[in-house]
Design a protein around this ligand. Sequence first.
Ligand code: GDD
Ligand code: MN
Length: 367
Amino acid sequence: MLDLLALALAAVHFGVPLAYYLYATRVWLRRPWEVRVDEGYRPRVTVVLPTYNEAKIIRERLDNIYSQDYPRELLELIVVDSSTDGTAEIVKEWASEHRDLKLVLVREPRRRGKAVALNEALGIATGDVVVVADADALWPPDALRRAVAWLADPRVGAVSCLKRPAAPGPAGVEEGYRRYYNALRVAESRAFSTPVFHGELAAFRRELLERIGGFPADVGADDSHAATRVALMGYRAVIPEGLWVVEAVPRRGYSRWRVRRAQHLAQHFAKALKAVRRAPRGYRAVLLAESFLHLANPLLLAASAALLIASALLERSPVALSALALGAALLGLGGYRAWVVQQAYLLAGMLRNLWSREIVWSKQAKW
Ligand code: GDD
Ligand code: MN
């Protein structure tokens, strides 16, 4: 009996995301964008770079932003720093070598998390568009121009990027996970909006950020949550095709990193779910599906595995034994393994949220 119940739970666990993926890629991904993208749109842009101990990468990142093919006179860069490793000194030195770019350095007396840092920048930003730019990412030279082009349409409130890992991660796990998620991000964006944004490049209309009261400081995934609030107001929050950004993957502490991000996504969806009734048409389904995938679905897998083990031990069920053997054997397949590992991170993240929300998180070594 336990074995059949376990198989039913497993069928839901794997069936729902598979069905969602098929529907999203077959139906939504084929929909027209219904957005007027204007590559010639040139608003004033404020790039916000929050930094906590980025001395190793900050110079390269500043150069990377500097070499964007966006008119420099329309650009303003605000670095909000709470480092103890000399990042600020490097920023100052770099600024003195690049006086043709307006750069404002804000030194925080105390580290209070990324969202608080972003809000400090928002308070002094003058651009019509505010773009969050994590230090650990690198943009292609046309990234800013291409992202901004989507905001030419007044119906679009926020734009983010797709992420390509700089390294494949342990046994290619990071890469496998990204393939599935990137396709969903674009499909959801075409349907209306995606509830998952990336701080490596996240552009917002400043006016909308101000209307939602800035970046949420109580949710770790501040970028995703801000984008969701924008979408709940009826504006599109999208990730277009082909806007790729390269993100550094930690060399040590990979699991810690993934668990923390899972924690933040769980916080984000738990809060977003409360507002699902207000979601515009086309967005409600996305929000419900993603909330299910992030909050409920990992629990189904854990319950199924626990029941299978119980059934194998207590009932000596051949069905349970075969299912466990199959589940273990499939771990040899990259995509399946990446999936199961992500479920484990989501579970660990939800559990860990019970005692620490990791709003001010420990830093993983990426260089
Ligand atoms: N000023 C300031 N203060 N900056 C901070 C702080 C802080 O307390 N904490 C982190 N940062 C900066 C980092 O220096 C980096 O530029 C950026 O915020 C992202 O932090 P990382 O430590 O590199 O985290 P990540 O790459 O795993 O971040 C991803 O997940 C986060 C949620 O867990 C990104 O998608 C982030 O945008 C997202 O918020
Ligand atoms: Mn990152």
